[in-house]
Design a protein around this ligand. Structure first.
Ligand SMILES: Nc1ncnc2c1ncn2[C@@H]1O[C@H](COP(=O)(O)OP(=O)(O)OP(=O)(O)O)[C@@H](O)[C@H]1O
Length: 460
């Protein structure tokens, strides 16, 4: 059965052009010059794709995008925006639009967009099972995250993934890619902090032969390598400022220019990015551009720290122990009860990656395949969870939320740990925004800064 699309625009020439392009792709299109007629047709027919202009004689395309999110959540809607008007594009994607395309319409980009959209609606049934495989966890936080991923996978909007180091940000990015219409195309992950600043541009955009000494042949950049697929920019906060401008341009124009090239090449890449740093803070500090943040952060996903995932600690433990046994072809290790308790009480500053490393080391060290608390070599009290109660938005007095003081460390150290815990929880709750953290804690900004410094938490 051939696909059907609804195209909504008040300019007959554009409708004609779209109709011809789509019919060459085997897609039958219905035309609507305004919202009223579009809504009528949406009621009467089944569509696989909807393309709408933003400004229509009887209203705004974005209202239709919003409405369709509830009435037809599986129908991909893309919007046309005036050239250079990224604000509208961002607004439309936040409202649930699948993607945007600027006018005058580039037919190559249009064809790519249409293919992605059709794949997206085609893929949705297989989607959720993939994520189950990749991201382990049954906690409410992880369930919610997985549901969000299924939705995000269908859109083409840039997603910013925030979360502590080792919490699984890259895994989330992979999952979004794998469940989306680009799954068959490349997923290219790049650690922005690991590329020397003088090489960033050529790594990203490539270069032409002879463009500088040593450029002996053409080289493709990461954007080109990811064409049709997804480019995952990890540690994006580490990108040098001049490169941030070029990245912004590439995202806006959907085009890149290799070093030494006189022309731009259109590229179709979905941008996912991540950082464990607080980007709003980086903007305040002048190390990150606000306009780039606005573009890459159309949708934000927060990966929760492992210590907030309750039963997932032991579930992941089991998963990793199974994995080690499989890899080594040796019997699976078991955990002594006190080792289990120690893991459950540990706060994992390095999150899932740390758990994996701790277990791998313990698996190697343990005797008779039984992992004891000693084998785990967890950091001393410094990193232990003192409180099991998550209080930060309204911190209760330490006496309520802490275990009894047992004299194993000095009282000062003990109190410092409590203070640290409260500060970290409050920071996390306020997305590392210091101004709101101070407010939530009822202390001044200066006092918060002083405490962070004193407790050696001021490392950003
Ligand atoms: N929910 C999970 N289920 C299974 N494995 C996980 C999960 N979360 C993370 N991992 C594993 O933990 C390790 C770290 O994850 P990942 O690299 O995605 O974290 P990250 O947040 O991107 O880290 P960084 O901040 O250092 O870039 C990887 O080996 C990953 O496969």
């Amino acid at each position: 059965m051939s696909h059907q699309a609804l195209i909504i625009d008040d300019e007959p020439d554009i409708l004609e052009l779209l109709d011809i392009t789509l019919s060459r792709m085997g897609i039958e299109s219905h035309r609507a010059p305004d919202l009223k007629s579009a809504k009528l047709q949406l009621k009467e027919n089944h569509y696989d794709l909807c393309l709408t202009d933003m400004r229509l004689p009887d209203g705004n395309g974005i209202d239709l995008v919003k409405e369709l999110q509830t009435s037809k959540p599986n129908l991909p809607v893309a919007v046309f925006t005036a050239h250079g008007n990224m604000d509208t594009a961002v607004e439309a994607m936040k409202a649930g639009a699948f993607d945007f395309i600027t006018k005058p319409v580039d037919l190559e980009l249009l064809r790519q967009l249409v293919k992605s959209a059709l794949n997206a609606s085609h893929n949705k049934t297989e989607a959720s099972s993939d994520s189950e495989h990749l991201i382990k966890g049954e906690s409410d936080q992880i369930r919610e995250l997985k549901q969000k991923i299924v939705k995000l996978a269908r859109s083409q909007a840039p997603v910013f993934i925030s979360g502590e180091s080792g919490s699984g940000k890259e895994l989330v990015a992979r999952s979004i890619h794998q469940q989306g219409p680009r799954a068959e195309k490349p997923f290219v992950a790049v650690n922005c902090g690991a590329i020397p600043s003088e090489l960033v541009e050529s790594e990203f955009f490539g270069y032409r032969k002879g463009s500088f000494t040593g450029a002996q042949s053409d080289k493709k950049g990461l954007f080109q390598a990811a064409n049709g697929g997804t480019l995952f920019l990890d540690e994006i906060a580490d990108l040098p400022l001049d490169m941030q401008v070029k990245l912004l341009r590439a995202i806006q124009e959907k085009a890149v220019r290799a070093i030494g090239d006189s022309t731009e090449t259109k590229i179709d890449v979905r941008i996912l990015s991540a950082s464990h740093k607080n980007l709003p803070q980086a903007i305040e500090d002048g190390t990150f551009r606000a306009d780039l943040y606005y573009r890459i952060n159309v949708i934000e996903v927060l990966v929760p720290p492992l210590r907030q995932r309750g039963k997932d600690i032991l579930l992941l433990t089991d998963f990793f122990l199974n994995q080690f046994a499989e890899e080594t072809q040796l019997p699976k290790a078991t955990l002594a009860p006190e080792a289990k308790t120690a893991l459950e009480n540990y706060d994992f500053p390095g999150n899932v990656r740390e758990l994996e490393n701790v277990l791998e080391r313990a698996y190697t060290l343990c005797e008779n395949n039984l992992i004891t608390q000693t084998d785990l070599q967890l950091a001393p009290i410094k990193h232990n969870k003192i409180s099991k109660i998550e209080t930060p938005s309204n911190p209760s007095p330490p006496t309520k939320s802490t275990n009894a003081y047992d004299g194993s460390v000095s009282i000062d150290e003990y109190l410092e740990e409590i203070e640290k815990e409260i500060l970290l929880n409050a920071l996390e709750d306020n997305r590392w925004n210091r101004t709101s953290t101070a407010k939530a804690l009822g202390i001044t900004f200066r006092s918060l800064r002083y405490r962070l410094k004193k407790l050696d938490l001021d490392n950003d």
